[in-house]
Design a protein around this ligand. Sequence first.
Ligand code: FAD
Length: 464
Amino acid sequence: MTCLILLDQTLRLHDNPLLWYGTQRNDIDKPQRLVAVVCLDKSAFFAQQYGLARASLLRLQQQLQLIAAIREALARLNIGLVTLFGEPATEIIGLASSLQASQIVAATPTGHNEQQTILELSRHHKVKTIDVNSLLGIAALSPELSCLPDSFSAFRKQREPQLLVAPAVPDFRPQPSQHWYTPDETAPFSENFSQLAAFGRPPQHCDNSEQDALQRLDDFIWQQQAIRHYKQSRNGLMGDYYASKFSAPLAVGSLSVRYCWQEILRFEQQQLANDSTYWLKFELLWREFFRWQFRKYGKNWFSKNAIKGPLDFNQPTLGEAQNNAFTRWCAGKTGVPFIDANMRLLNTTGLMSNRGRQNVASFLIHDLQLDWRLGAAYFEQRLLDYDVASNWGNWAYIAGSGNSGERQFNVIKQALHYDPTGDFVRSMLPELSGNGSLIHRPAAGVKLPEHWQSWLAKLTDNKP
Ligand code: FAD
């Protein structure tokens, strides 16, 4: 019997229980042959949503590089990787039929589309899912969805006292009991993505392969020990060590969240446990919270009212003025420097700090009064750490349609607090002039919300 091991969103050899499949006594039918598989989802990378491309070129190139990296890592162990491209369920069912595979093992899905794929696969084959990318993935720890609290505080208070995260499984080495398809055997079934070559070579090296991610983790926690002051630095806007930058490798699955968690615990035991080390775990719990929320409410997250109010899946509609405002927001040309600097950072690097994300989201929703889903869709296109639950969950949160009431930020107050010297804005918008925090003055003609006025008066050309 042949078994397909789907490595989508689990592009790693460390802490990857999927790769150990077949070695445990309780693994359902012992497979005779194992085939490692990854499918590049055509619609997730090439379709449009609300008239926007779902993925930028940078995000596509990152995904191709990550697939190439795991293919090479497996090849070093003489294991082949079948690479597919298209609609995942169709492609995987087709492969299963070509290889006469009757069993499929995959990561437990979080987003609605991924859940639908697994459902479709289980109509044709025996499917086993393992929750490899959640802290609470072990069955005994998994929350019951029907009694999962919808507030983060309640979730945290309920979960924290019993938060035993399962240890990471050992780095993968092929076992004598496993018989993997070799690179030569998988080659005939593999898509070489040659038609995607037209999109050009990646403009920059992808920093989020497994090797890069493990190095980053070691650097942040152990070498630089930036974790010691994470709570104080985490609201920074730029620089190497203000925050962990674990989000992209966690999102693509080249880094295991349980391994991260265990490394923080190890640091706490061996070096120091303080409010900063706790806060990094606290933030990982936010990620966890949204994952379970997505499992609980599924498709509703894409409704205009998300998990509150009547379901409305109609596309956002924009009048001409709104369309212009949205286009300017995307391009970082709103005339509000703090917003524009953050959006330009996103457009050039595929990343933005958490503080920046909160501000640009609040500005789009509450100041420009646009449908939050447009902002979420633009972030989906651009973010190299795009994660369905963290992205749509955070957007709905700020809009007040998710796990909180509305969150409105005063952009000028925030700019003064988090970029008091204006250096962040200056670095992204060198064309602007203005000493000190005067750089944060909106351009002439920008309609200024009433609640900014008193804060605009505090902008000064002095260094704080
Ligand atoms: P750190 O501050 O070092 O945090 C450590 C880890 O905790 C992160 O890597 C992440 O996994 C998790 N985390 C931290 N804050 C949050 C949060 N608010 N929600 C969920 N998880 C969190 N994060 C994504 O990973 N993918 C997204 O698509 C995404 N979209 C967002 C959209 C909006 C509008 C907002 C406000 C936030 C979004 N976030 C998203 C959450 C957060 O901004 C990023 O996780 C964080 O900025 C990544 O940087 P870091 O890894 O250095 O974070």
